[in-house]
Design a protein around this ligand. Structure first.
Ligand SMILES: C[S@@+](CC[C@H](N)C(=O)[O-])C[C@H]1O[C@@H](n2cnc3c(N)ncnc32)[C@H](O)[C@@H]1O
Length: 252
């Protein structure tokens, strides 16, 4: 099943792939302040290795719940919680398409780079909206659909059909060929520990499920659900990436 494939993919990829705390926190501060999160309940949906949950807890959130379908990533997240000595964060295996929380359970719902990896991103968004309290803040970072998306998708759909054991090797070979192009066109800000082009390629081209949207689609969806948009970043993802657009929206 595709969902299990995604979980297994992230068991391997993101457990090796720890974002730098300070760089990630700088990015978090674009959207929230410690005053805004103090004492609040937070859902980090698709928390991965838990870096944003840890930041929310360190910034004074009252209760942070990180959920993910990747046990490997959750293991790393629990290790981070221990390392930072945080009692207010907890991590659990849950599917965001079917959240076990009551309606209006959280003050803040954060979903960074996650709904587009589910089998049904709008079902995921509906679940996130359901568990958010009225007046609460929803943050969504979603892959941008561009004119080049179809090319990326042809490559990805071809590569995910290759045997799993060859993926690391293939991404290294692709990195060798793409390195000069990336060097010329893009100066990347290094914000993941030991970040390598081959890891980015693995994450980009070998992930089993990937959806892309235009910002207007997500904006309209949120506004139709009664949200007001507080912040919109068209292409300013974490890690200096242009692949995500980000909405911070308030449930009215
Ligand atoms: C690109 S990673 C982002 C991780 C984290 N939000 C971050 O930015 O550091 C996407 C995460 O979404 C998780 N994910 C995908 N589908 C999911 C689902 N249906 N329910 C919960 N988590 C899911 C994956 O396992 C993976 O950890």
């Amino acid at each position: 099943m595709d969902k299990e494939k995604v979980g297994r993919f992230y068991d391997v990829v993101w457990t090796e792939y720890l974002p730098e705390y300070e760089e990630t926190e700088k990015h978090w501060k674009i959207f929230f302040t410690s005053e805004e999160v103090a004492g609040r309940s937070v859902l980090d949906a698709g928390c991965g290795t838990g870096i944003f949950s840890i930041i929310f807890a360190n910034q004074g959130a009252g209760r942070v719940t990180g959920i993910d379908i990747s046990e490997g990533s959750l293991g790393t997240a629990r290790g981070l919680k221990e390392k930072f000595g945080l009692d207010s964060a907890e991590f659990m295996k849950q599917d965001m398409l079917d959240l076990p929380f009551a309606d209006a359970s959280f003050d803040i719902v954060w979903a960074w780079g996650t709904v587009h990896h589910t089998t049904d991103p709008f079902q995921a968004i509906d679940q996130l909206i359901r568990v958010l309290k009225p007046g609460g803040a929803l943050l969504l970072a979603v892959y941008t659909r561009t004119r080049l998306t179809f090319i990326h998708e042809i490559i990805r759909k071809t590569l995910v059909r290759t045997p799993r054991r060859s993926w690391t090797c293939l991404s290294k070979v692709m990195a060798l060929f793409l390195a000069p192009v990336v060097f010329v066109f893009k100066k990347r800000e290094k914000s993941r520990k030991g970040e390598k082009l081959e890891e980015l390629i693995l994450d980009w081209y070998f992930v089993p499920i990937r959806h892309y949207y235009r910002p207007e689609e997500i904006r309209k969806y949120l506004e139709d659900k009664g949200f007001s948009i507080e912040k919109f970043l068209p292409a300013s993802g974490r890690f200096d990436s242009t692949s995500n657009f980000i909405f911070k929206a308030r449930k009215v």
